[in-house]
Design a protein around this ligand. Structure first.
Ligand code: ATP
Length: 364
């Protein structure tokens, strides 16, 4: 639905050039919520502004719904832009107009008559849960309500695509959640495709189907969230789902296991210890909800080298788990950064006789 190819933007000031976008290829499928993450200055805002051509790219192409925007005349571009809604971090509402008046702005610009405008505004306010606030002014609204007005306004011309520029960054966590829930509902009820930029991993984790990581104007990683979680070298997955525990391979084999859905309830570690009579040292573990699905990751150390553990590792793979054997020398510094909800570090499950309950002793 949204496709950029080799999108490049160079800002030229008198004495220097800044390459804000450097050959960015992005492919956002119809109906998906796609999150672009990156630190400040990575090029996220420039990217989203280039997608609807608020900013003219220096080179490269942008296509939305199969139409190449970069090739359109100014008149055709104006028409196409009506089908692309946008919401902003600071809402950009007109303080002199009430809620209904703000939502009506794009309809007035599109030349919609008064009766139809009033009908549409009422419908949009109902959609975003603000029916009782039509006559309120922005100064009388909370941040979350202001963003709902921004969303209603963005949807006025029935867009197929919604661009969200740090839409929840000015909101508290609870309000953020309600706005993300609203965006997810609107995606389903209106069949929207949503491209959002954010610096908050939680936003991607809670509503995105796919994500891309930007650095210095480039996309350094992208894919569906489900796929990224199964890539052991994925920085996005690591940041989304930090896993503690050093990879100390001395005398043991360190393994990362990713499991999802019903697998999260399966006691495969204790079964493994019992069945193969191996000691399993849990270096880190967490279960979280990502994209509406439960996903768990666990880093374990099995006594002995890899060759001694081929059979237990095969058993784990047979359970349908994603199993990655880690190199003790691998750089996993990123894996221990950031918050790790529900993390267990340094627990040990000892091998016990078949049928007996495994012992579970915290070491440190
Ligand atoms: N109009 C401009 N003129 C010159 N340089 C610019 C302009 N807009 C952005 N830049 C530069 O382009 C680079 C990318 O900026 P951009 O705002 O896209 O990053 P960002 O990832 O959105 O950051 P933030 O999260 O802080 O908004 C930065 O180095 C920035 O200074």
């Amino acid at each position: 639905m949204i496709r950029t190819h080799a999108l490049t933007k160079v800002f030229r000031a008198r004495d220097r050039e800044v390459t804000a976008l450097d050959h960015v290829d992005l492919d956002v499928a119809e109906g998906e919520i796609f999150g672009v993450l990156g630190r400040s200055g990575a090029g996220k805002s420039t990217l989203i502004r280039c997608v609807n051509l608020l900013e003219r790219p220096t080179s490269g192409t942008v296509a939305v719904g199969g139409r190449e925007l970069t090739a359109l005349s100014a008149r055709d571009l104006r028409a196409e832009r009506l089908r692309i809604g946008m919401i902003f971090q600071h809402f950009n509402l007109l303080s002199s107009r009430d809620v209904a008046g703000n939502v009506a702005v794009p309809l007035e610009i599109a030349g919609v008559g008064r009766a139809e405008r009033n009908r549409k505004v009422a419908e949009l306010l109902e959609l975003v849960g603000l029916s009782g606030h039509a006559k309120a002014y922005p100064a009388q609204l909370s941040g979350g309500q202001k963003q709902r007005v921004g969303i209603a306004r963005a949807l006025a011309n029935d867009p197929r695509v919604l661009l969200c520029d740090e839409a929840t960054s000015a909101l508290d966590p609870e309000t953020t959640r309600s706005i993300l829930d609203l965006l997810r509902d609107l995606r389903s009820s209106l069949g929207l495709t949503i491209l959002l930029i954010t610096h908050e991993m939680d936003v991607v984790k809670s509503i995105c189907d796919s994500a891309a990581l930007m650095e210095d104007g480039r996309v350094v990683e992208s894919g569906s969230v489900a796929d990224l979680l199964t890539r052991p070298d994925s920085r996005l997955a690591r940041d989304m789902f930090p896993l503690g525990g050093p990879v100390d391979g001395k005398g043991s084999t360190v393994v990362d296991i990713t499991f999802r859905g019903e697998e999260t309830a399966h006691p495969f570690v204790s079964t493994l210890a019992r069945t193969y009579n191996v000691d399993v040292n849990i270096l880190g573990a967490a279960v979280e909800t990502v994209g509406g699905r439960q996903v768990g990751r666990m880093r374990i150390a099995l006594d002995g080298g890899f060759e001694q553990n081929v059979v237990p590792i095969g058993y784990l793979r047979e359970q349908g788990l994603q199993v990655d054997v880690l190199d003790a020398d691998a750089d996993v510094a990123g894996a221990v950064d950031g918050p790790a909800a529900g993390r267990i570090v340094g627990a040990r499950i000892a091998a016990t006789a078949p049928g007996a309950a495994p012992t579970f002793a915290k070491e440190a």
